[in-house]
Structure formats: C-alpha cells, structure tokens
Design a protein around this ligand. Structure first.
Ligand code: NAD
Length: 353
C-alpha cells in the first residue's frame, strides 16, 4: 500500500502525525504500508512557489492513496488566487479525477450530548453521503456576470451527463451493498430537467443492484428530514451543490467538526482521504487539535481503497475505546472527562489498537 502523505498547513502536520502513528502501529502488525511525505497548500508555496508542486502531484499520482491534513492560513490570503493554498486542493482533486466524495456522519454514543439535537434523535446515527464532486452548477458552462438590458445579470449552468451520473451512482450502490443496502437519491426533479435525468439514470443503474432498496427525495424535503428523523437514512447520493449543503448539515448532527473524516474516490477506488475541517490556524502549533477525523480518514482509506475491512474496523473500535475511556481533546471536552493533547490522543488510539 503506497500512501502519499500531504500534511499541508496549520494543524495539518500535527493531526497527520497522529494518523501516521496509527498506520505505523498497523504496519508493525503485518500491514504492508509505504509512506512518503510531500508539501501541499501554503507549505507547497513556501517550498516550491506552487500550492501543488509538480513533485507532490507526481507522488500523489504514483501512490495508491493520498492522506491529506488541511491547507490554508492567513499568511497566504493575500497571494494571487492561483497561488493560494485552496487552489492546490482543487487542482489535486481534479488532476486525480476524484469524482465521488464520501462524507459519513457517525454519532459516537459518548458524544451524543455534543449535538444540538435531542440525543434520542441522533444516538446511533450512521449516514453516508455520496456527493458528486466534479460536475454540476459549480463547473457548468456558460457562467458569468454580464450586462443585459441595462442591468447586471449573474448566471451559472446546472449540467450533468448520463455518464457522470452513472459513475457516481455505481459508487453509491457499491457502498450501500457494504452497509445496510438502502440508498436515497436526492434531487429536485419536480422543477429541474437536470434532476429529471439524474433520477432516470439512477433508476437504470439500480437494475444492477436488486438487493439495494432505492428511494428518491427532493432536496428541500431531504434537508428537513435530516433534522427531523436522520436515522431513516443509510446512504444518500446526490449532485455537487445539493451534496455540498446536505453534507455540512449532516456533519453538524454529530456535534464536532474534529471527528469527521472524508474520502474522494476515482473510478478505480484510488482515493484522497482527509478530515472535513480546515487548517484551524487559531489553534495551530499548540498540540490541542483533535486528530480523530484524520485517524478515521485512515480507516476509510483501508476500507475503500485497500479493501482491508478488518484493519478499518480495528481503528474504529480503538477510537470508540478511547472515547469510552473518557479521553477528550479540548473541542469535545466536557466535565467529568479527561482532557488530552493532540499527540496524547494519537498515543491513546495506538495503545487501544
Ligand atoms: P476550520 O475548519 O479550519 O476551523 C473552524 C473552527 O473549528 C476553528 O475554531 C478551529 O479551531 C476548529 N477546528 C477545526 N478543526 C479542528 C480540530 N481538528 N480540532 C479542534 N478544533 C478544530 O475552518 P476556517 O477557520 O473557516 O478555515 C481556516 C483555514 O482552513 C482557511 O485558510 C480555510 O481556507 C482553510 N480550509 C481548508 C480546508 C481543507 O483543507 N480541506 C477546509 C476548510 C477550510
């Protein structure tokens, strides 16, 4: 398993170091892991004048999977747009053709009180949102702002081809097969032709997966159902803009941004794995960040790219165990639990493994 390790900026290096510890612990137990580090984002700009240096992209292309920390920071906010850290991230996703974004929202029993929703609504919650990542209104042409009839008009184009819908639907059905075999396709087919086609293609793909129970929901209803009764969902598949909004909504059901991993996959299940949060410059370098989202990203990597279900489960159980032991980083700390540092949490997970 060849893994490109891209720590990035801010808390990136601290949290990635903990995930690397976990991978090393697993490799001393027989998992064959090869890791190589390279700079991206602001660190890429500092090292090579480019947020995605050529050598970093080459390493990522040659690897089977990429582990990323986070990019960005106030120091880089005044750079020209193409040199900004976030551009490095957008470019690597595009260069590697990572079209399927997997965002789980999983509630750990010990953290149920961190949610703003009632514990009975969220306890046991386990949703996977599959968001299409390289198409839709974010990339559609034409787009722009122009003057028409004496006033400015802004416009974008929502567009999906059959093949774009089919490949992300295939990924979502595949994931549903590994979970509870329920898939909900979210669109706005009552208003948008683009969504009408989306729905038709998802139904076509469903013929190959008779074991999966497929349902359809309009996006406005889905937004409502996610806070009303989120446990009705297993896997949700949706387009880029709807997925952007719904996955943020779903992540907040679970309380802390420091707990949630993500994966972005290509056609061959090669993937980039990263926490959903950013580089948290406000706490960078203080050894207080929560590394669990990054550690859980490694678990997703083992499951989705390397098909190592047992090792993935081992990491998840270790995380559950340290939470049950009362270990908490500052962001999830509550009275009666034990506050640990970022590296302390990494050590605790390794010990629990
Ligand atoms: P952020 O996610 O970095 O931080 C938001 C808040 O959550 C902060 O208070 C931060 O301290 C806290 N937080 C985030 N991760 C945490 C963790 N693991 N443990 C404990 N607390 C944590 O979002 P932001 O402040 O809007 O952005 C900061 C920088 O990150 C910006 O430069 C932004 O562009 C970048 N960013 C990068 C990514 C990415 O790399 N994928 C994503 C979002 C934002």
């Amino acid at each position: 398993m060849k893994i490109a390790v891209l720590p990035g900026d801010g808390i990136g290096p601290e949290i990635v170091a903990q995930a690397v510890k976990v991978l090393k612990a697993l490799s001393s137990d027989g998992l064959k892991v090869e890791m190589e580090e390279a700079p991206i984002g602001g660190a890429g700009y500092d090292a090579a004048g480019d947020p995605l240096p050529e050598a970093t992209l080459k390493l990522a292309r040659e690897a089977d999977a990429v582990l990323l920390g986070a990019v960005g920071g106030p120091r880089y906010d005044t750079l020209d747009r193409p040199l900004r850290p976030e551009r490095g991230l957008l470019r690597i996703r595009k260069e590697l053709n990572l079209f399927a974004n997997l965002r789980p929202a999983l509630m750990y029993a010990e953290l149920a009180s961190a949610s703003t929703l009632k514990p009975e609504v969220v306890s046991g919650l386990d949703i996977m949102i599959v968001r299409e990542l390289t198409g839709d209104i974010y990339f559609g042409q034409p787009r722009g702002i122009e003057t028409r009839g004496g006033e400015r008009v802004g416009f974008n184009t929502m567009v999906y081809s059959e093949s774009e819908v089919r490949r992300v639907a295939e990924v979502a059905f595949g994931i549903a097969m590994k979970r509870n075999r329920k898939l909900c396709s979210v669109e706005k087919a009552n208003v948008l032709e683009c969504s009408e086609l989306w729905k038709e293609v998802v139904i076509e793909v469903s013929k190959k997966y008779p074991e999966v129970e497929l349902s359809h929901m309009y996006v406005d209803n889905a937004a409502m159902q996610l806070v009303r009764n989120p446990k009705q969902f297993d896997v949700i598949v949706t387009g880029n803009i709807f997925g952007d909004i719904l996955s943020d909504e779903a992540s907040m059901l679970t309380g802390s941004i420091g707990m949630l991993p993500s994966a972005s996959l290509d056609q061959n299940n090669k993937g980039m794995y990263e926490p959903i949060h950013g580089s948290a410059p406000d706490i960078a370098g203080k050894d207080v960040a929560n590394p669990l989202a990054t550690i859980l990203s490694v678990s997703m990597m083992l499951r989705y790219t390397f098909n190592q279900e047992a090792a993935a489960k081992r990491i998840e159980s270790a995380v559950e165990k340290v939470l049950a032991q009362g270990c908490r980083t500052a962001d999830i700390y509550t009275e009666g639990t034990r506050k640990v540092s970022c590296s302390g949490m990494g050590d605790a997970v390794v010990a629990a493994l």
